[in-house]
Design a protein. Structure first.
Length: 283
């Protein structure tokens, strides 16, 4: 890749005194996974777990548009349901934050780099009343425009970027299977067998001017990426989809046995009637 190739990299984090509210930091010695592009090439370079499938990588690479990706996958609308949200106002950047009760037009209008608003929240992404992802995030807002969209008009994170017409900088921090951990991703394979019904998760950051987000997303089960609508409508049908690779060989084996037995029966019948014909025709 040439030196002129632009890359999307992480912005500088805000006040170190407020890092406790963010997703845990990644070891700076680990090379940051990045999305890169050139005039004719686009690439996402990341040490994916060996078991992750192509469909799962598409969802895990979503850059603030996971709802759109999941809606395309299920061919149904994806809605946001808020589980909880805690909003804070920093009157001064170096002072402890104070809880903010909304609506509060004065504080919304005063949002700035010197007086940011932060919020920790958890939402469910739902499809046909079924949870397809749980997202827990910490956001930092430093402008009245973003504060009004996100806190007053209640736009979700992805919709806020879309409403502003801006593509966020994206940093995929970590990806995992099973319980959520703070482990730094590595290229080595753990050797552990992962079940198809195990949950899948990722940590990542999205950032534009005046709006920074640290997000943890957990997909309830990897079966959703295999069963699709079968999983969405009836979890009992997922096993049928998962077992197709074994059902087909069994069907083929049964067919071969049937044809083989039929051939043997026909051969025996032919030999029998041939022998009878020779017996009656012999002098």
């Amino acid at each position: 890749m040439s030196n002129n190739t632009p890359t999307l990299t992480r912005r500088e984090s805000w006040s170190k005194s407020n890092r406790a509210a963010e997703v845990p930091e990644v070891d700076p010695s680990f090379p940051q996974p990045i999305y890169t592009y050139s005039p004719k090439t686009t690439s996402i370079s990341f040490p994916w777990p060996e078991e992750v499938t192509g469909l799962e990588r598409i969802a895990l690479s979503a850059q603030g548009d996971l709802q759109r990706v999941l809606s395309a996958f299920f061919a149904r609308p994806i809605t946001i349901a808020i589980v909880y949200s805690n909003t804070f106002h920093h009157r001064f950047i170096h002072e402890p934050p104070t809880p903010l009760t909304l609506p509060n037009p004065a504080v919304i209008a005063s949002a700035s780099r010197e007086s940011p608003i932060t919020q920790t929240r958890q939402v469910h992404l739902q499809c046909s009343n079924k949870i397809v992802c749980t997202a827990t995030s910490t956001v930092r807002i430093t402008s009245p425009t973003v504060a009004n969209l996100f806190l007053v008009e209640k736009y979700a994170i992805g919709q806020t970027f879309a409403r502003l017409g801006k593509v966020p900088e994206f940093e995929l921090v970590s990806v995992g299977l099973g319980p959520v951990t703070d482990a730094v991703p590595t290229l080595s394979h753990s050797g552990k067998a992962h079940a198809a019904n195990e949950q899948l998760w990722r940590r990542y950051r999205l950032c534009i001017e005046d709006f920074e987000c640290n997000i943890l997303e957990v997909f309830p089960t990897r079966e959703m990426f295999v069963g699709g609508l079968h999983w969405l409508e009836d979890t009992h049908k997922v096993s049928e989809v998962l077992d197709q690779s074994t059902v087909v060989p069994h069907q083929q084996t049964g067919l071969l046995l049937f044809l083989g037995c039929s051939f043997l029966i026909l051969a025996y019948a032919s030999a029998y009637f041939t022998n009878r014909h020779l017996f009656f025709c012999s002098p």
